[in-house]
Design a protein around this ligand. Structure first.
Ligand code: HGY
Ligand code: MN
Ligand code: MN
Length: 435
């Protein structure tokens, strides 16, 4: 379903030549407010799926949606919707009448910034409030969704919110996963008041279109001096846990040549990750973000080491080839050092182009609003790549200062936030009031 045709009827002017009182929208203020939920000692934000900060943030958002005239509702996964009902009833819920949805994710990485995900959620809530206040009831229902989880920061599983909505994943697939404290996914979702026995409706949902406003998390827009990034494609990615098993032994009495040192082996493998990625060349990226070793004491040769691996590229065949090259190197190193090698793939999402029609509409809005823009790929993964296979989807980027993200220093200037907001309001107006 990619031929997303929206015909603005004669009655609705598109795009709106001037957005009244836009300067009164308190976007920065609401972002600051939301960032207090999970504010951490490093000056960043840590809101992990179903943890206390996450629960408080979602419920506080539901209250805000209500206050702003939207109808809040949770689903069984903990995704939160704010609905601005359209006045066109009936016509079933075929894809042509399904709501137009905007939003992003409410969870963060550990010690993340206040904009990643949150910007799309806050902008969506304020855009629907703005449209309701200035243009009344839309013809077509508009929704904002605060997706419960995208990052995969707590459990080794990413895009849970969007995957449970599209049916790409269900609870049976994740319920036994454990976080680093040994709590299962099933326990966590139940403790947060969600899951199949929670009384909330099922997560599955039909969208007429999904539009995600997000910070770029890179430096292209800032370096090239553009205000808006119109996302052409989102990279594919594979994520793994690599486990190296050796033999614990005494640090003082075990000669180097006789060791089965899991951490030394892992270290050589991690060095190979970097050299293979550099050899593959841009835009391939490969990252090892986490390493653990057992027993993890200084005078014991490590018996076991586990490291994460994240490989991304705009072409699937490049991801696949890189993984095969890395696996070959890992196997060679393990054999040389008499170590055992295991791996588990946690995520495999393919590269995907965004919807052309919506992308063209975003371009028309940027030109009308005289906002400088470029079409660009996304090196970050997003929920949009989960929605695009099932409904017309598009992404709008705004600049990130110094390209920094997944870091308390993540920052986007308010005027840049508002430019992205203008584009979102115009697009939702077209699809909600014009169709
Ligand atoms: O890792 C990513 O690309 C995204 O921020 N979850
Ligand atoms: Mn992120
Ligand atoms: Mn994000």
């Amino acid at each position: 379903m990619n031929d997303f045709e929206v015909h603005a009827s004669a009655g609705a002017e598109f795009p709106i030549q001037s957005l009244p009182q836009l300067e009164q929208v308190q976007l920065q203020g609401m972002l600051d407010w939301l960032s207090t939920y999970g504010a951490d000692l490093q000056g960043g934000v840590t809101r992990l799926l179903y943890d206390q900060a996450w629960c408080k943030a979602q419920h506080a958002l539901a209250t805000k949606m209500q206050e702003k005239g939207l109808t809040p509702a949770f689903d069984q996964s903990g995704n939160l919707y704010g609905t601005l009902n359209g006045n066109r009833t009936g016509a079933g819920m075929g894809i042509e009448e399904a709501p137009i949805v905007t939003g992003s994710h409410i969870d963060t990485v550990v010690h993340g910034g206040k904009y990643d995900g949150a910007y799309g959620v806050v902008a969506g809530v304020l855009a629907l409030e703005y449209l309701k206040n200035h243009f009344g009831t839309p013809k077509r229902t508009l929704q904002v969704v605060s997706l419960c989880e995208e990052e995969g920061s707590r459990f080794p599983f990413a895009y849970w919110g969007s995957r449970s909505i599209t049916g790409a994943s269900g609870l049976e697939e994740v319920q036994h996963l454990k976080d680093q404290a040994g709590i299962t996914f099933a326990q966590a979702i139940c403790n947060a008041g969600f899951g199949p026995d929670s009384g909330h409706r099922t997560a599955s949902h039909t969208y007429g279109a999904f539009i995600e406003l997000h910070i770029e998390q890179g430096q292209i827009l800032e370096r090239l001096g553009h205000s808006i990034g119109i996302v052409s494609d989102i990279v594919g990615q594979k994520r793994f846990s690599i486990t190296v098993i050796g033999e614990a032994n005494h640090a003082g009495t075990t000669p180097m040549a006789w060791r089965k040192d899991a951490l030394a082996g892992a270290a050589e493998m991690i060095t190979a990750v970097r050299s293979i990625a550099l050899e593959a060349g841009e835009p391939l990226v490969a990252t090892v973000g986490r390493v653990t070793a057992e027993p993890g004491v200084g005078n014991v040769v490590a018996s076991r080491a586990v490291f994460s691996l994240d490989i991304r590229h705009i072409r699937q065949e490049s991801i696949d080839r890189c993984w095969q090259d890395m696996l070959q190197a890992f196997s060679r190193i393990a054999a040389e050092q008499q170590l055992e090698l295991n791996w588990e793939e946690h995520l495999s999402v393919t590269p995907i182009p965004m919807n052309e029609q919506i992308t063209a509409d975003i371009r028309a809005i940027c030109e009308m609003e005289q906002l400088s823009y470029i079409h660009m790929p996304s090196g970050a993964g997003h929920d949009s790549q989960i929605f695009q296979p099932v409904c017309p989807t598009a992404m709008i980027f705004v600049p990130s200062r110094d390209g920094i993200s997944h870091n308390p220093l993540e920052y986007t200037a308010e005027e840049d936030l508002m430019k992205g907001f203008r584009v979102l309001v115009q697009l939702l107006y077209k699809y909600g009031y014009g169709s």
